[in-house]
Design a protein around this ligand. Structure first.
Ligand SMILES: C[S@@+](CC[C@H](N)C(=O)[O-])C[C@H]1O[C@@H](n2cnc3c(N)ncnc32)[C@H](O)[C@@H]1O
Length: 355
């Protein structure tokens, strides 16, 4: 009998291949806590170690061959459990993976899956290159090395192989799970009670909630109603809008946060699918939108006001190059958090004054 944790993990991994996000699907699956724990370990483990697992498939199969996506997913899952998870007996990992390919109507591949997984052991292997060893595309490693140096680049990739720590922010209105990197952004706004505060890209509202604790009068916006709705009750006025277009507000704001949509390369431990999905050419599209958001936000800033532009990206196109569209004398400071060097997710922030 196929356990529900493994069959849910298989279905989620198949959907992630088609563009969905693993964390959303795991939340929606609403499994009981034990199954949820195993399903999430398998899903994130397979996504984090994907390049190592694909190398191991060839290593144990004895040669490279084209595999149907369902067969590859079942093999990645089986190998991950057999080699990387302590508590799963090898025979269970083999039997369940064979069952998964049968369920996916790939019965003829059952013998191959069985043969490959039976060879799986825990002997060390020599990885053929750093792309496989660090399970990270070479183009990302090369650009981090160029911008931050070899040590940091390796540290970022290694941090993306670890389960992220859970951080809880204890605020006036109660406690809330929020990454420690994310928590570091709002203090840069130097909020004071009574200030008019605009959070232009607000959903799901972690930073809005943090800002409200300072006693500001907040307007929280997002492009998507379905993302904004769960923020009802937080205490901010909610507005659905495209922040990259002229904003509808007649009065300016004392403080503005532009926590821009971005590639998310600072969050690879949490969202490992991003490293396989992102393409170098995607960065220009993110940048265009980020520049437009920042321009609209600056137009809504009151004289003497302060704006923070932030991303959870490590890429200069989305960070320094966007901040460079503002006259340099208005950029008060910029900050980086880098996974592996700093705790939590990677972040960039530029503090910008009105001009
Ligand atoms: C990085 S997330 C914000 C996270 C949020 N600040 C928090 O701390 O919980 C970026 C948000 O920008 C929204 N977004 C994307 N394009 C937008 C646009 N053109 N105008 C306004 N919001 C946009 C996305 O829907 C997403 O919710």
């Amino acid at each position: 009998m196929l356990g529900s944790a493994r069959s849910v993990a298989f279905d989620i991994l198949q959907k992630v291949e088609r563009g969905a996000f693993a964390s959303d699907l795991l939340r929606e699956a609403a499994l009981d806590p034990r199954d949820a724990g195993l399903a999430s370990q398998i899903v994130f483990g397979v996504l984090r170690f994907r390049a190592q697992l694909d190398f191991l498939i060839e290593h144990y199969a004895g040669r490279a061959r084209r595999l149907d996506p369902e067969v590859r997913t079942a093999l990645r899952m089986g190998l991950f459990q057999a080699r990387y998870l302590e508590r799963v007996p090898a025979h269970a990992a083999v039997a369940e993976s064979v069952e998964l390919v049968k369920r996916a109507r790939k019965t003829s591949a059952g013998g191959f899956v069985n043969a490959v997984l039976r060879k799986a052991d825990r002997q060390p292997v020599v990885w053929p290159c750093r792309e496989v060893e660090l399970s990270c595309p070479e183009w990302l490693l090369a650009r981090w090395e160029r911008h931050y140096g070899a040590g940091v680049a390796e540290g970022v990739a290694r941090a993306a192989l670890c389960e992220p720590e859970t951080y809880v922010r204890v605020g006036a209105a109660g406690s809330r799970i929020q990454d420690i990197g994310s928590q570091s952004i709002v203090p840069l706004l130097r909020l004071e009670p009574g200030q008019r505060f605009l959070d232009l890209c607000a959903a799901p509202g972690n930073k809005t909630a943090q800002a409200l604790e300072a006693g500001v009068d907040a307007v929280a916006c997002d492009r998507y109603l379905r993302r904004l709705l769960p923020m009802a009750g937080l205490g901010a006025a909610l507005v659905v809008l495209d922040g990259a277009r002229t904003l509808p507000f007649s009065r300016p704001f004392d403080r503005i946060l532009v926590d821009a949509p971005c590639s998310g390369t600072g969050t690879l431990a949490r969202n490992p699918e991003i490293k396989w999905r992102l393409k170098p050419e995607d960065l220009a599209g993110f940048q265009r939108r980020q520049v437009a958001l920042l321009e609209q936000a600056r137009a809504a800033l009151a004289p003497g006001g302060l704006l923070v532009y932030s991303t959870c990206s490590l890429e200069p196109e989305e960070n320094e190059e966007v901040a460079a569209t503002v006259p340099p004398q208005l950029v008060v400071e910029t900050r980086h958090r880098l996974p592996g060097r700093d705790a939590g997710d990677g972040f960039f922030a530029a503090v910008i004054k009105s001009g």
